[in-house]
Design a protein around this ligand. Sequence first.
Ligand SMILES: *Cc1c(COP(=O)(O)O)cnc(C)c1O
Length: 381
Amino acid sequence: MSYGTDTVCIHGQGKREDVDATGAISFPIYQTAAYAHPGVGQSTGYDYNRVQNPTRKELERIVTDLEHGADTVAFASGMAAISAFMELFQPGDHIVATDDLYGGVIRQFRLVNEKNGMRFTYVDTADLAAVEEAIQENTRLIYVETPTNPMMQITDIRAVSKIAKKHRCLLAVDNTFLTPYFQNPLDLGADVVLHSATKYLEGHNDTLGGFLVTKSGEIADKIREMIKTTGAVLAPFDAWLILRGIKTLGVRMEKHQENALTIAGWLEKQPKVKDVFYAGLEGHPGHGIAAGQCSGYGGMLTFHVDSQETAHHILQSLRLVQFAESLGGTESLMTYPFTQTHADVPDEKRRANGIDETTLRMSVGLENVEDLIEDLKQAMA
Ligand SMILES: *Cc1c(COP(=O)(O)O)cnc(C)c1O
């Protein structure tokens, strides 16, 4: 028998390991750099914190079970996980990536991986013909974010995984926006799942973390070798914060989604709002595919207003919703992708993707939705 997702968030599928003699319900924080050896040539299984830590290990166990994976490696941030993952590839390797990626990932590809001889083709991965066409002889990886940030485009993970298998390349999916509560990319054919745990998994806007979850133990072993070498491990206290955050993932994701759906519907009726991008709306181009591969649509939405003046006025007038980057926490945040998250994307490109001076992105938090709507209403007046 296997447990349901809410139970797994709290207990995992199997039994907790390393229970200490006190029976503490909350998993202890092993705040230590090193571990004493019982004797010469002996180890408790724990030697040094860059390589092993019981708190981190417990967190990795829970995330593996949530993502239906074989293994998980925890990192100090989402970017640390993604940069370690990219170390699996060699100079000359070609990678096909979603064109509407998180800005930091585009920067990682450009500043680090291209410098080291990898080549990238960016395509709208919602367009399967475009993905197929972008594949080359030396393509080793298809890298997908779904939904995308900020335009909320949906990629058909099952269909792209078929293309990846046909061409013998890996499929990696960044599952930060929906979390394993709403989407399990490994079940849909992905080989690797990446997370910024900073967002919904931790959920309280108070620390950074990242995960790499794999379907095969082999990839995870290579990644463990890499993190042991390069060192961007998750600290014990941060591991504990994320472990605690995940316990309430289910109730939080349901409420994020309920609030987002209400706000998306309200925004659609406002005279100053032009378009609303949220896959939970039936008119969204990715709605059908999302309905077939996820169990929910999450708490992120993007909208266009009628002018740059309106966008600036809203950002300056919000009282409850904070004007800030990041997402996925208890507090509602509003972002201006044009000058914040997507400032580094070439102007032509971001406009082609639908990001301009009138684009606003909202991470809908857990406040009372009436209070959020009241705040948006007064900011739009
Ligand atoms: C934030 C984010 C990242 C980067 O994660 P950090 O924890 O900020 O390093 C990667 N992908 C997506 C989709 C994100 O939102």
